[in-house]
Design a protein around this ligand. Structure first.
Ligand SMILES: Nc1ncnc2c1ncn2[C@@H]1O[C@H](COP(=O)(O)OP(=O)(O)OP(=O)(O)O)[C@@H](O)[C@H]1O
Ligand SMILES: [Mg+2]
Length: 377
């Protein structure tokens, strides 16, 4: 997959801008607030129909403007495609969204899944290693939903069942007969999620390990599934039926505590990933650079899993991926992209000598409205 051209109109701080990209690494550099993250967000939004960091789509439209537009020309299996996204500001300060793929309207964002694959590494990704379990679960759930749409369906179903069950648990008096059907549904949908997560884990862990070794030869990375209830090893031999039995036992054990706290205390919504560097828990003992390297390795592994299915690499959007990495790790990271994957990376620092050979786009901030770009040399 290759992004070749991108046109922006009234998208965040870009009034009217046009960018060309090449194969391999593309370096976007510019001072703070020049629009580097905004540019990556525009690429992400055009491909997924969803903002990557904004809470509300209206934030994407330039202040004071009635609409924003993005045109994304990309190559997939050597064929050119055009994605168009337009957002119109409505009177309620909300938005109307129009998405088109090759001039055909896209009615639901889910229709875009798989059309333009991107892997986004954002500065918040350090939380993948350092943050609360929520970030690692979200990583895994989003990865599995993109690899297999039925996973997303099961995930939504599980969330709904868990919410309903929690409402019942919050009531002052409920009977086990009332709870029973919710237990069944929770166990059934939850075990399927755990099964799918355990199924992908050996491959995810192996790919992350390989990517990590590429970035820093001497340190060994391991990713483990940490279940909220005891599961026998080896995890990959567990069937959905056995998982259901263990889940049921765990629910029986936590019944009294659930009643006290009014919430479901075990299940896939409480599971986590353990990330170990040289056998030490990276969340607790990892340095900033080690945590960032491990997070990058997870994102590269995500991309490789997409590549296996799509038979071509996704586009890697790498926002501020270099800060905290030493030069050896930075150089190793760049060489990952020599095998033809496209990586669009941003940096606030003037690119080091070893980056000079790659295509550059320099964003210059001259007041809020004016942005100029170009490929020097
Ligand atoms: N809707 C909008 N309209 C106009 N400007 C906006 C809008 N949303 C954000 N901006 C501005 O865009 C500017 C650039 O933001 P961005 O996050 O892309 O910078 P950056 O180059 O990534 O900076 P850093 O190096 O600090 O990460 C900010 O100053 C912000 O005020
Ligand atoms: Mg930024």
């Amino acid at each position: 997959m290759l992004l070749s051209k991108l046109g922006l109109e009234n998208f965040r701080n870009f009034s009217k801008s046009f960018f060309s990209f090449e194969d391999g690494i593309n370096v976007i550099w510019g001072e703070n607030a020049a629009g580097k993250s905004n540019l990556l967000e525009a690429i992400f939004f055009s491909g997924t129909g969803k903002p990557s960091k904004a809470n509300r789509e209206v934030e994407l439209i330039q202040f004071g403007q009635p609409y924003a537009r993005i045109e994304n020309h990309f190559l997939k299996k050597n064929k050119t495609h055009l994605l168009e996204a337009a957002l119109e500001r409505t009177e309620q300060d909300s938005t109307r969204k129009v998405l088109k793929l090759n001039k055909n309207p896209v009615r639901k964002v889910s229709e875009l899944v798989g059309e333009f694959k991107v892997v986004l590494f954002s500065p918040q990704d350090q939380a993948l290693v350092q943050g609360e379990p929520f970030f690692r679960r979200r990583f895994l759930d989003s990865l599995l939903s993109q690899l297999s749409p039925p996973y997303l369906h099961s995930y939504m179903k599980y969330q709904a069942v868990k919410e309903q069950r929690n409402s019942l648990l919050k009531q002052p008096s409920y009977t086990s007969t009332e709870l029973f059907p919710w237990n069944l549904k929770l166990i059934e949908t939850g075990s399927l999620l755990i099964f799918k997560r355990l199924e992908i884990l050996p491959e995810l862990s192996a790919l992350a390990q390989k990517a990590h070794q590429f970035l820093c030869q001497e340190e060994f990375l391991e990713v483990q599934y940490l279940s909220s209830f005891p599961l026998p090893e080896p995890h990959n031999e567990l069937t959905v039926e056995t998982l259901m039995q263990f889940f049921e036992q765990a629910l029986a054990k936590t019944a009294a505590e659930e009643k006290k706290r009014g919430m479901t205390l075990v299940g896939p919504h409480r599971d986590d990933l353990g990330i170990f560097i040289a056998k030490q828990d990276a969340r607790i003992y990892g340095s900033q650079g080690q945590q960032k390297t491990a997070a990058l390795a997870l994102r590269l592994a995500e991309g490789e899993l997409f590549e296996k299915i799509d038979e071509e690499p996704p586009i890697y959007l790498l926002d501020d991926c270099f800060s905290e990495l030493d030069q050896d790790r930075q150089k190793a990271f760049c060489s990952f992209f020599l095998k033809n994957a496209q990586g669009i990376l941003t940096t606030a620092e003037e690119p080091a000598a070893y980056l000079k050979g790659y295509p550059h786009i320099k964003l210059q901030k001259r007041g809020r409205e004016e942005i100029s770009c170009g490929i020097p040399g």
